[in-house]
Ligand binder design. Structure first.
Ligand SMILES: *Cc1c(COP(=O)(O)O)cnc(C)c1O
Length: 361
């Protein structure tokens, strides 16, 4: 028998733990563990995906021209500088596959998104984690962490699971300071939650060493469809299109995403609703002695006195049918990440934390 072994790095990848969706023996469960839009996709997106179902015997478009055109129109970007993927996760994987291999380093922050490490390892590269400053991306630490081997620097802005963001000036300072031959990747998964924010598009349009990723999984409510996109220098798009499979995105996902991106009123409505209940929930938990940093996303990172208290609260919430996310794996053992649900979910959550705190006293 042959000794079949995977490439170096592969077995160092810890299997991804998704947000739970069920609690044994508890009904009326609310899932607040995966930063999904509680309002669901735009009704226009649902209609477009239903319409697309009748044509499923045909292969999808392989150049995604209609979706890239729609994204370009809505965001004011050149469609030639856009690439679509099966979620932004796939774009992150393309970047690592194309630009980082054995001996190369991929930088990200201590509370950075799990896919940066996973995709770096899958490509055979070396993941390098740098410190944040009080749960905020630290540009100085990232610059200090760069070496001649650094190929990719990933930051999510705003970040998951901290919810914090850094300024355009700080992002520019990072782009200026990384080594020649390295690419700064701005992950804008939560960009739409910040009114007027371009997610880093201007930087990615102006600089040859900046790339932006975006997703339809968060404010657009299409996590199940698996679609995201990237924007940046044509040279990079041309490289990524060579590692991309020709039919990497389904026709339903393309149709749903196109209708979603054009439904700007729905996005604005989701953003406003999220902001309203995010403020309400953060204040309610704050009054109960559970603080959080100001969030620019659709979740809050609730901080407890200890890991034991965070875990006890999580267990209690589960018993009440409220599923939130433990983030010890993101070096945040004392915290729980709570997605902003609808009004009912936020009220239930605050009530449950109140009961948990009362039970502790
Ligand atoms: C949710 C999320 C994504 C999106 O992943 P998809 O593959 O597009 O679903 C990307 N980056 C961050 C930081 C996220 O939180």
């Amino acid at each position: 028998m042959t000794q079949l072994t995977p490439q170096p790095g592969i077995m160092d990848i810890a299997l991804y733990q998704g947000g739970a969706a069920h609690v044994k023996g508890v009904s009326n469960v609310v899932k607040l563990s995966s930063n999904e839009n509680p309002l669901g996709p735009s009704p226009r997106a649902i209609q477009a995906m239903q319409d697309a179902a009748a044509g499923m015997h045909r292969y999808p478009s392989s150049d995604h021209a209609a979706l890239r055109q729609a994204i370009g129109e809505v965001h004011g970007l050149d469609p030639e500088q856009i690439i679509c993927g099966a979620g932004s996760d796939e774009i992150i994987a393309f970047l690592c596959q194309a630009y980082a291999g054995p001996g190369d380093e991929v930088l990200y922050t201590e509370h950075g998104f799990a896919m940066y490490r996973i995709s770096a390892l899958a490509a055979g590269a070396t993941p390098v984690e740098v410190k944040e400053r009080e749960r905020v991306t630290d540009v100085d630490a990232l610059l200090a962490g760069c070496t001649a081997r650094t190929k990719l620097v990933f930051i999510a802005n705003p970040n998951n699971p901290t919810g914090t963001m850094i300024s355009e000036a700080e992002v520019a300072r990072l782009a200026e300071g990384i080594p020649a031959g390295a690419l700064l990747v701005l992950d804008g998964a939560y960009a739409e939650y910040v009114e007027g924010f371009d997610g880093g598009a201007a930087a990615a349009g102006a600089r040859s060493n900046v790339f932006m990723t975006r997703t339809f999984s968060k404010i657009y409510g299409l996590g199940g469809a698996r679609i995201g996109w990237g924007y940046g220098p044509k040279k990079i798009i041309s490289v990524l299109n060579r590692v991309r499979g020709p039919f990497n995105v389904s026709s339903t996902a393309l149709a749903g995403a196109e209708a979603s991106v054009r439904d700007t009123d729905y996005v604005a409505q989701c953003r406003a609703e999220n902001a309203k209940w995010r403020t309400w929930l953060a204040n309610a938990l704050g009054e109960l002695g559970v603080p959080s940093d100001v969030s620019s996303t659709n979740f809050i990172l609730a901080r407890f006195a200890s890991q034991a208290e965070a875990e006890a609260c999580d267990s209690y919430l589960q018993s009440q049918g409220l599923i939130v996310r433990r983030v010890a794996g993101y070096n945040l053992p004392n915290a729980l990440r709570i997605t902003i649900g609808d009004e009912d979910a936020c009220r239930r959550l605050a009530q449950a934390v109140k009961a948990f705190k009362a039970g502790q006293a």
